[in-house]
Design a protein around this ligand. Sequence first.
Ligand SMILES: *Cc1c(COP(=O)(O)O)cnc(C)c1O
Length: 339
Amino acid sequence: MIDFRSDTVTRPSLKMREAMSQAEVGDDVYGDDPTVNELELWSAKRHGFEAALFCSSGTQANLLALMAHCQRGDEYLCGQQAHNYKFEGGGAAVLGSIQPQPIENEKDGSLCLTKLAQAIKPDDSHFARTKLVSIENTINGKVLPLHYLAELREFVNKHQLSLHLDGARVYNAATALNVDITEIAQYFDTMSVCLSKGLGAPIGSLLLGSTQVIKQARRWRKVLGGGMRQAGILCAAAKIALTENVEKLSIDHENAYYLAQQLNSITGFSVNVEQVTTNMVFVKVDSSIDINAVARALKTQDIIISPSQNMRLVTHLDISKTDIDIFISTLKYQLINIK
Ligand SMILES: *Cc1c(COP(=O)(O)O)cnc(C)c1O
């Protein structure tokens, strides 16, 4: 299978599976799992935070951050396109009684500081209490520059707000910027990191923050049913994801760029190639092409895409440059046959 739908489809490597089978474990709700404890200690230090929490998913890590920063009746500012606003089932409102205040994302994915300032509510009982700004990096495959993060940090300091990073793909951002992860992490009070996307672990996300915030998040994790027992099995794979797979992300980025170039050379497919700086390719497909029929035909050749006239393709550990060549030649062949 050559699966372009998402980097979430990556499967754990043999090395991960071996590490999982040999992991020393205990009951993590008692704090007894040495592999969980080691990963949390190591990750906190590695990312420049006081503490870390291993979570079941990115959605959970984001929700815990929101619930740790905000109380009932508080609000967070975020982008209209924010995953933790648009794609997490409204969890902050549903489970945290926290109001989201979305703001239109700029073209580059950032949030305009003037618009953010206008959305901060005065201290008045008519309004929810504005407590937090939450941003995403990468956002839709785009990388936010470091100078913007620095300006945003100054902004939240000035307005006495906290700052959360939904860093599901923050390692892709660090890779594209060619900086250490701490260069990005330094600006945030909390940061989530997906281990099960491009980094290739089977399950899990990290939430990083101060001792105080992580203690609160740990409490909410238990309340939400996320207290796991012998989770060291998962953390053994997570450690390999963080120590061995980060450096492989640059290959995904090169492959995405190559894929973008190849697709852009096909009639009816258009990609803004220069915008492809991480592992995502956005393709406009001409309305004359029945992309659903193309997807069905590709499927018979073990190639999976999410068909749409505005299509996203994602490169990852389990897609090589050769796979892209196979995809492109199969696609060209199908396009001729379908017509
Ligand atoms: C995937 C993703 C999440 C959520 O992660 P899950 O593990 O799927 O819950 C959060 N934010 C962003 C930006 C993501 O891409």
